[in-house]
Design a protein around this ligand. Structure first.
Ligand SMILES: [Zn+2]
Length: 89
């Protein structure tokens, strides 16, 4: 029998959170679980966020939001946020 992620999340909820005597114990359980899961992951589960700034209005954007084909990059390499891009096209 295999378990789905939802099944395992229910086990975590019941055994590590709901049955913990207090919030700090539930937190400690989750920290331990995440540490062990990170050892299993084929690549890091988290990555450092990097930010860029719109060259038109100056707002900041997480680089993860930049389209892989450089959508929103104007000729000359300027990066425009979504609203600026939409208003210029
Ligand atoms: Zn902008």
């Amino acid at each position: 029998m295999s378990y789905t992620v939802t099944d395992i999340a229910e086990l975590v909820t019941y055994h590590l959170i709901a049955s913990a005597p207090h919030d700090d114990a539930a937190h400690d359980n989750l920290v331990q679980l995440v540490q062990q899961l990170e050892l299993l992951a084929p690549r890091p589960l988290r990555q450092e966020a990097t930010w860029v700034f719109c060259d038109r209005c100056g707002c900041s954007d997480d680089t993860d939001l930049i389209h892989p084909d450089s959508h929103h990059c104007a000729d000359g390499g300027d990066l425009h946020c979504g609203p600026c891009w939409d208003s210029s096209t």
